[in-house]
Design a protein around this ligand. Structure first.
Ligand SMILES: [Zn+2]
Ligand SMILES: [Zn+2]
Length: 113
C-alpha cells in the first residue's frame, strides 16, 4: 500500500514544521489528493491511523480533499482536465499528455496546538 510511504513522508514534514514553528500537537490536517495520484481515501484513512500512532498527529482529525487532474498536450499544447493518467488529448487525440497537476498528495491545511 503506497499510502503508507506517502504518509511517512508527511509525518516527517509535520515533525520538521513542529520543530521550526514550535507546536506540539496537530489537531487537524487536510490532505489534498490529486485525482491522478492513485491514492484511495479509504486506504489513506486507514494508513493515517497506523502511521501517526504515537506521534504529534496521533489524535489529529484527517480531512481529505480531492483536486482535479490537469494536463498539457505534448503536441497542441492545450490544457485540459484529466480523469485518468494516460488519457489521449481531447483536442487533437495525441497520445501523450503531460500531467501538470493532480498526480501527488500534499498538505493543504494544518491546525496545530
Ligand atoms: Zn493505494
Ligand atoms: Zn493535443
Amino acid at each position: 500500500m503506497h499510502e503508507i510511504s506517502l504518509l511517512e513522508e508527511m509525518r516527517e514534514i509535520l515533525q520538521q514544521q513542529a520543530r521550526r514553528q514550535h507546536f506540539s500537537r496537530v489537531r487537524q490536517v487536510t490532505l489534498d489528493i490529486g485525482k491522478l495520484s492513485c491514492v484511495e481515501p479509504e486506504a489513506l484513512r486507514f494508513a493515517f491511523d497506523v502511521v501517526m500512532k504515537d506521534t504529534l498527529a496521533e489524535d489529529a482529525v484527517l480531512v481529505i480533499s480531492v483536486s482535479e487532474g490537469i494536463g498539457v498536450c505534448q503536441n497542441c499544447n492545450k490544457r485540459m482536465s484529466l480523469e485518468s493518467l494516460h488519457e489521449p488529448c481531447r483536442h487533437c487525440a495525441h497520445p501523450f499528455v503531460n500531467v501538470i497537476e493532480g498526480a501527488d498528495m500534499k498538505i493543504k491545511d494544518l491546525l496545530v496546538v
